[in-house]
Design a binder for this molecule. Structure first.
Ligand code: C5P
Length: 226
């Protein structure tokens, strides 16, 4: 469907820098991810500029509101023809159903379960007594039953979730190439290849490419591992 599963996260404040980077590595990635920060700063104009690079666009807007508002927002971004859009699974079944119904036929709607910035204590403060893991699995089930295409999950969870949701579309961020800057420290990291083997549909990769001394070489090297 895409040239390869790598979606480059264009988390750069300047539109011209984002476009330059996207053009530089375009031959070695499958798509471009634009987040809330980019969208708030550059809006539809910015998305259209980046779309001129010619790659599928992933709008990571993490929509979360009443069903009517989320559906209207989906209709408003329809004209940008995104390949993938995210919504918060915690917005509930009706919100997800309406988001999916309002999305274009070719647009994957993907649920965010529990943000990795939240731990069990943060969840407890919002009234959720389960672990982040259990809550993520529950929201994955809800997203599935609401008719979403898939969810965002970590490279550690994707195999278990794929086992329950065979034809799901799984977006995996938080990846670090083998031998990269952060792979030698104590943090448990997953490489793009490992995530792919575990069942990831899309690999979201930002800084390992955008902050590399040579982004083109970095993107090419990651592509070669897949
Ligand atoms: O860390 P890196 O720069 O590769 O992150 C790429 C993208 O993945 C960023 O846009 C970030 O917001 C997103 N991300 C995420 N969940 C994580 C880690 C990163 O959505 N746990």
């Amino acid at each position: 469907m895409y040239r390869n599963p790598i979606f480059l996260a264009l988390d750069l404040p300047r539109l011209d820098s984002a476009e330059t980077l996207a053009r530089k590595v375009a031959g070695h990635i499958g798509g471009l991810k634009l987040g809330l920060e980019f969208f708030c700063a550059h809006g539809h104009h910015g998305v259209r500029e980046i779309a001129r690079v010619g790659l599928p666009i992933f709008l990571d807007l993490k929509l979360h509101d009443i069903p009517n508002t989320v559906a209207a927002a989906m209709q408003s971004i329809h004209m940008l023809d995104p390949a993938i859009v995210t919504v918060h699974a915690s917005g509930g079944r009706a919100m997800m159903e309406d988001a999916k119904a309002a999305a274009g036929e070719h647009c994957k709607v993907v649920g965010v379960t529990v943000l990795t910035s939240l731990d069990a204590r943060d969840l407890a403060h919002t009234g959720i007594s389960d672990s982040a893991h259990d809550q993520a699995l529950r929201l994955a089930d809800l997203a599935h039953s609401a008719g979403l295409d898939g969810i965002v999950c970590s490279g550690h969870e994707v195999a278990a979730i794929r086992a329950q949701w065979k034809n799901g579309f799984f977006v995996v961020p938080g990846l670090r190439p083998a031998g990269g800057k952060h792979s030698g420290d104590q943090k448990r990291t997953v490489t793009p290849r490992e995530a792919r083997n575990a069942g990831a549909s899309v690999l979201v990769i930002g800084r390992p490419i955008s902050r590399a001394e040579d982004p083109l070489a970095a993107a090419r090297a990651i592509e070669e591992t897949l």
